[in-house]
Write a protein that binds this ligand. Structure first.
Ligand code: CP
Length: 320
């Protein structure tokens, strides 16, 4: 298996071979998760701490389930009830938890780069569960697994990523991953939600949904991130839905077998029609959630192998 990383901080640090290694292992965990007994001991004896400084349903729940199914001791730090509320900094909080000897630290933080900074201060493996507008690597990996299972491959596809690109770490991680795997990527957004310089990633830019969706294999919708907006990025939600919301009429411009994705949480009737989101013939949104558990199991399994190997080498070095 090809996977040498100490931490999982972003897709930009992974090679195509490492991405394939994660997806192949995650496929095996999908099978395990569909059994009645979903238990393994690959993280037995290890301690996993989840620190979420931003709200989460899918990512936090799936990291917790992933750790428990692999036999780790899992602790969810409640940031709202912690000394962060008394003004303790991220680094002091991380150093305090680090002193309790965790092995895996899962972190979500509103500031881009915060998770990388934290990883440089601790002894354990750090997994980025989303940092600001920077990266959400496990989301891109679970999206890749969902696409690979639906389309039979994760190369040479036309993928349209639509909506609030400007505020989206999901879009950024997907852009990097899908580019590394040699897909054709189209970004569709109003000019106010298309970040400057994004064309440097080698993708095609559109501000018209129908033109951008023409012939797409995969349609990935993004949430309008109102909490990261401090100005008038859209005239109104009604107008946004009219021009950029995905409905059956706009989807008809994509390939007849195009799949519809959304990382969640969804704003129904803003970026996507609710009925389309629930249409099991087109939408793979529930599969994305299922793949999330398996991908996080695979990532923690691989990081734990590297951590154990590193500790083993250090122990031998001490003995010699
Ligand atoms: N997709 C995603 O990150 O969802 P949550 O915010 O619910 O974790």
């Amino acid at each position: 298996m090809t996977f040498r990383a100490r931490h999982l901080l972003g897709i930009e640090h992974l090679s195509p071979q490492e991405i394939t290694t994660i997806l192949d292992l995650a496929d095996r965990y999908v099978d395990m998760n569909r059994r009645t007994v979903k238990q393994s001991d690959v993280l037995s004896g290890l301690t996993q701490i989840n620190m979420f400084f931003e709200a989460s349903t899918r990512t936090q729940a799936s990291f917790e389930l992933a750790g428990k199914r692999l036999g780790a001791d899992v602790m969810n730090m409640s940031v709202a009830l912690s000394s962060v509320k008394k003004g303790e900094t991220l680094i002091d909080t991380a150093m305090t938890l680090n002193a309790m000897q965790p092995d895996l630290l899962v972190v979500r933080h509103p500031s881009s780069g915060a998770v990388n900074l934290l990883a440089s201060k601790v002894n354990c493996a750090v997994l980025n569960a989303g940092d600001g507008r920077h990266e959400h690597p496990t989301q891109a990996l679970l999206d890749a697994l969902t696409i690979r299972r639906a389309k039979g491959r994760i190369q040479r596809l036309t993928v349209a990523i639509c909506g609030d690109i400007a505020h989206s770490r999901v879009a950024r991680s997907n852009l990097i991953l899908l580019g590394k795997m040699e897909n054709r990527i189209r970004l569709i957004a109003p000019p106010t939600l298309m970040p400057a310089g994004v064309g440097d990633f080698g993708c095609e830019l559109y501000d018209d949904m129908r033109a951008g969706l023409e012939g797409a294999d995969v349609v990935m919708m993004l949430r309008l991130q109102k909490e990261r907006m401090d100005g008038g990025f859209i005239p109104s939600e009604r107008e946004y839905y009219h021009r950029y919301g995905l409905d059956a009429e706009k989807l008809a411009h994509a390939k007849p077998d195009a799949i519809v994705m959304h990382p969640g949480p969804m704003n129904r009737g803003v970026e996507i029609d609710g009925e389309l989101a629930d249409d099991i013939n087109r939408s793979v949104i529930q599969e994305q959630v299922e793949m999330g558990v398996a991908v996080r199991m695979a990532c923690m399994d691989l990081l734990a192998r590297n951590l154990r190997a590193e500790r083993g080498r250090r122990a031998v070095g001490v003995m010699v």
